[in-house]
Design a protein around this ligand. Structure first.
Ligand code: SAM
Length: 300
C-alpha cells in the first residue's frame, strides 16, 4: 500500500505488507476545531494521530460498518472517531481522560449514533455494549501503548463477540504479534494472539505522523477473530498456560523448559518423537500445531 499526500512523504515507512500467511482468507487531523489545544497526558499514552491519510486507512481497514456497532478504544481528540461516526450505525468510544471525554461529547452532540463512555477500557464489559445478544462488535483504536498487552488480553477474553479489530500499536510489539515460527520475534505474544486471531500487518507510521511524536514507529494490525482451540483440540486456559511454559526461557530448548516445569523426561522424548519435533528444538521454532500435539501427548 503506497499512500502519499501533501506533507506526508515517507509517512508509510513500511507500505502494506503481506497478510499473515498462516491461513488464507483472513482476510482532518481529527483534532476538532471545537477542541482547543491542551496539554497532553503522556502517562495516558496520548500521541494523537495527525495524518488524515493514516486516519482514513485505519477506518477503511475496518471494512463496511454501515450496519455495525463499532467500539473505539481511546478516541482522544476524535481523529478516528470523526470518520467512524460518519460511517457506523453505532459508535461507542471509550476514553479514560476526564477532560477529553466531555469535549468529545460536545463535538459529537449532533450525532445520536455516537456514545462517549468515560471509563478505563480494561474495565469494559464488551458484551454489555451489544445492541442484541447475537451481535458481533468491531473494534478500532490507536491504542495507549502502555497497556497494549492488557487490551489484547481483554479483546481475546471477548473474542466470541468480536469480529475483528484494527489497532495501532508500537511497531516492535506488532512485529512480535505477527511473527511466524522460526523468527526471533516469535514468542508468547505471537502464539497467544495467533490462537485467537488471524493477524494482518497493514501499515507502519513514523513518529512524525503523531502529535506529539512518540519515540517509536507505529504499526496498524488487523486481527480477525478466528480461535483455533477446537481445531487443535486443546482447552484454552490450560493450553495457553502450557504455551507460557514452553516459552519460559525462550532461548533454551523446548524440552528443557518442559523438564523445568516438572514434565517427565521420557514422556517429553516420546511426545517429541510422535509429534516429529527435534529433541533440540527451541519453542520459537515450533509451530502451534506441534505445540498442541505435545500438549495433547504429555500426561497431565
Ligand atoms: N485515537 C486518538 C488518536 O488517534 O489521535 C488518540 C490515541 S492516543 C494514542 C490513546 C488514547 O487512549 C488517549 O486519548 C488516552 O487518553 C486514551 N487512554 C489511555 N488509557 C486509556 C484507558 N485505560 N482506557 C481508555 N482510554 C485510554
Amino acid at each position: 500500500m503506497s499512500i502519499e499526500t501533501k506533507g506526508e512523504s515517507k509517512l508509510f515507512a513500511a507500505p502494506m505488507r503481506n497478510a499473515s500467511r498462516r491461513r488464507q482468507g483472513c482476510a482532518e487531523r481529527a483534532q476538532s476545531i471545537l477542541m482547543p489545544q491542551r496539554m497532553q497526558r503522556p502517562k495516558l499514552g496520548q500521541h494523537f494521530l495527525a495524518s488524515p491519510t493514516a486516519q482514513a486507512a485505519i477506518a477503511d481497514a475496518l471494512g463496511d460498518v454501515a450496519q455495525r456497532t463499532v467500539v473505539e478504544i481511546g478516541p482522544g481528540r476524535g481523529a478516528i472517531t470523526a470518520l467512524m461516526a460518519a460511517r457506523a450505525q453505532r459508535l461507542i468510544a471509550i476514553e479514560l481522560d476526564r477532560d477529553l471525554a466531555p469535549r468529545l461529547r460536545q463535538q459529537f452532540a449532533d450525532r445520536p449514533s455516537v456514545e462517549i463512555v468515560t471509563q478505563d477500557i480494561l474495565a469494559i464489559d464488551f458484551s454489555a455494549l451489544r445492541g442484541n445478544e447475537g451481535e458481533k462488535l468491531l473494534v478500532v483504536g490507536n491504542l495507549p501503548y502502555y497497556i497494549t498487552s492488557d487490551i489484547l488480553l481483554r479483546l481475546f477474553r471477548y473474542h466470541a463477540i468480536i469480529d475483528r479489530a484494527v489497532i495501532m500499536i508500537q511497531r516492535e510489539v506488532a512485529d512480535r504479534i505477527a511473527a511466524h515460527p522460526g523468527s526471533s520475534d516469535y514468542g508468547i505474544l505471537s502464539a497467544t494472539t495467533q490462537m485467537y486471531a488471524c493477524v494482518e500487518t497493514l501499515l507502519t507510521l513514523p513518529p512524525t505522523a503523531f502529535s506529539p511524536p512518540p519515540q517509536v514507529h507505529s504499526t496498524v494490525l488487523r486481527l480477525t477473530m478466528a480461535p483455533r482451540f477446537e481445531e487443535l483440540q486443546v482447552a484454552p486456559e490450560e493450553f495457553l498456560a502450557f504455551v507460557r511454559t514452553c516459552f519460559a526461557q525462550k532461548r533454551k530448548m523446548l524440552a528443557k523448559n518442559l523438564r523445568n516445569a516438572g514434565h517427565d523426561a521420557a514422556a517429553i522424548a516420546a511426545a517429541f518423537e510422535s509429534c516429529q519435533i527435534s529433541p533440540q528444538a527451541r519453542a520459537e521454532e515450533v509451530d502451534l500445531e506441534k505445540i498442541a500435539c505435545v500438549f495433547r501427548a504429555l500426561p497431565r
